[in-house]
Design a protein around this ligand. Sequence first.
Ligand SMILES: Cc1cc2nc3c(=O)[nH]c(=O)nc-3n(C[C@H](O)[C@H](O)[C@H](O)COP(=O)(O)OP(=O)(O)OC[C@H]3O[C@@H](n4cnc5c(N)ncnc54)[C@H](O)[C@@H]3O)c2cc1C
Length: 404
Amino acid sequence: MELAEDIVIVGAGIAGLTTALGLHRLGIRSLVLESHDSLRITGFALAIWTNAWKALDAVGITESLRRQHTRLLEVTTTSTISGLTAADIIFSAAGTQDHEVRCVQRKILMETLVKELPSGTIKFSSKVVSIEESGSLKLIHLSDGSILKAKVLVGCDGVNSVVAKWLGFKTPAFVGRFAVRGSVHYENGHGFEPKLFQFIGEGFRSGIVACDDKSLYWFATFSTSMSSQEMEENPAEVKQFVLSKLGKVADNFKAVIRDTELENLSLAPLRFRHPWDILWGSISKSNVCVAGDAFHPMTPDIGQGGCAALEDGVILARCLGEALREKQGIRSEEYKRIEMGLKNYAKERRWRAFEFISTAYMVGYIQTSNSKILSFLRNKVLGGVFAKQQLKIASFDCGKLTTS
Ligand SMILES: Cc1cc2nc3c(=O)[nH]c(=O)nc-3n(C[C@H](O)[C@H](O)[C@H](O)COP(=O)(O)OP(=O)(O)OC[C@H]3O[C@@H](n4cnc5c(N)ncnc54)[C@H](O)[C@@H]3O)c2cc1C
């Protein structure tokens, strides 16, 4: 069966939902295809930095998210080896900008995006398996044998993107590190200050942060001789491993790891796209493009992957909106306008994506290096340099969405 749609977005993650909502705000309908039978929420929470608040503002969903999540005041980086503070950056006093950083629960973020979309926008249990050309349209083949025709195809299908592959991108590379994330709910309150507490030392990086008065989120990245499967099968061992790596970190932080129920742990191998693939690769081709992790998978060392996906969604919606605004005109002109709109999006995002991936990789490499010189520099000067770099990246404004 072949069905016709104007704009098809593959993937109901942060990138896909933001793009759909951005288009909706411009009065443009889209269809989101999601392979799972419901929203796929992995990783509990994520840091949402100033740049992402601007994107959330553009799609009009900041109010309830702000109400439900604590504003963080600063990031404190502590050495696991000495137990001493390596850097302390206060968000409100950083440079010329007053930074807004909160740790947002993924479930709340995704559900807030979905709530604003017209019903029927998302089609669950719809896994895209291949893409085919049919004149100026794209034929999207689903795993159930059905086929959709689209004037525009947007790949927001994450790190294993089918659309990125169609555009010619290579499979993202494993960086040799894993991440474990955890979440703990304290019914009577956790008592932690509203700060992002980071711990670094000996090939290991970790952090603990409050989402609200009762919920804490934590993460750790590391390399290990254990395989992905071994870790999946032994979450208790992974928890022990994280505890053993925290060294001289104060006991109240270690207690958070101990208090984490095993079902509230999530493990992920870390993958990224080589920055030069972003520079030379086709972010868009004819009426197809990619956004979010499908476009620029990065290591989580600057906590910006989801924020970048939010920026992509707003900018892509704006570029597509401009292309589709002129409704009249013959079909070939519309195709050219769409192609140009996606080219403009690619042009706006290429260097930004390059900056995200390369900064995250470099920060991760140095923060988790075992080298004695790098450890010394990290504890003396680099901690502060990294925190400032994080704030510089967060000082980006993706702009607004307007229908005029
Ligand atoms: C340890 C860790 C910590 C992180 N911390 C932060 C942080 O603090 N701040 C931050 O901003 N970011 C963070 N990130 C990054 C962030 O999680 C991702 O960048 C973000 O979730 C990407 O969203 P996305 O929508 O592009 O992709 P995804 O969330 O992967 O969504 C892709 C969607 O597409 C669907 N899909 C896939 N293939 C198909 C198909 N063939 N057909 C149909 N549907 C399909 C999937 O089911 C999924 O729902 C972190 C990542 C990790 C691993």
